[in-house]
Design a protein around this ligand. Sequence first.
Ligand SMILES: Cc1cc2nc3c(=O)[nH]c(=O)nc-3n(C[C@H](O)[C@H](O)[C@H](O)COP(=O)(O)O)c2cc1C
Length: 204
Amino acid sequence: MEFKQVIDKRRSIREFSNEIIPNEIIMEALHNGLKAPSYNHLKQWDFIMVRDPKIKLALTQTEEMIEEVSTDLIHAFEDYENLAREMYLDAIPKQKRMILTAPELLVVVYKPKTPVKDSHRIYDLNCLASVWCCIENILLSLAEHDVLGVTFIPKNTDKVKEVLKVPNELEVAAIIPFGYKDKDSKIIEQKEIDLKTRVHVNAW
Ligand SMILES: Cc1cc2nc3c(=O)[nH]c(=O)nc-3n(C[C@H](O)[C@H](O)[C@H](O)COP(=O)(O)O)c2cc1C
């Protein structure tokens, strides 16, 4: 697939078909993840493939997950731009289901340079920036094979770490349900940006 096609194909989906993903596609994606730039050259990233339904359920119990669109939820997003509101109202009620039903669930773990609570400068967050480069490589590599996912950021990472027995000195970056697209899977229109309005030469 052309690089541009892969870039365009990578979109977030939250409904998956039951089709099994060949292990080679998954391993290739993780391998490509490990080729991402890393701030200290050490690529301190680990991957947990969660396949036990009981562990998936425990992950969804680490925080409150809204399963229906209520009037309160609609009010909470009424001042948002149309596309963002559409995305949140579509995505929020799907969080629990996507974690439980995606054919694969990947948890990406990284080694923080400075604990998040003690970070004061952008520099302190280099570890987080790096692990997201890794995550994007993984998503693009999967997209090359028509496998799509979505990055879910858990709110209570301490509880997630407990469920997954992640060593204390490491941190959870994202939980990524992925699989082939369900035929009814909704893909929200991507926000179009006029590049000219975002490019500045020499100074703002
Ligand atoms: C840092 C980050 C955090 C995100 N967190 C969530 C999340 O918790 N749940 C979710 O359903 N989608 C999440 N997303 C996916 C975004 O909603 C999605 O990328 C955005 O709507 C753009 O759509 P696209 O990925 O199809 O281009 C996250 C994306 C990023 C980059």
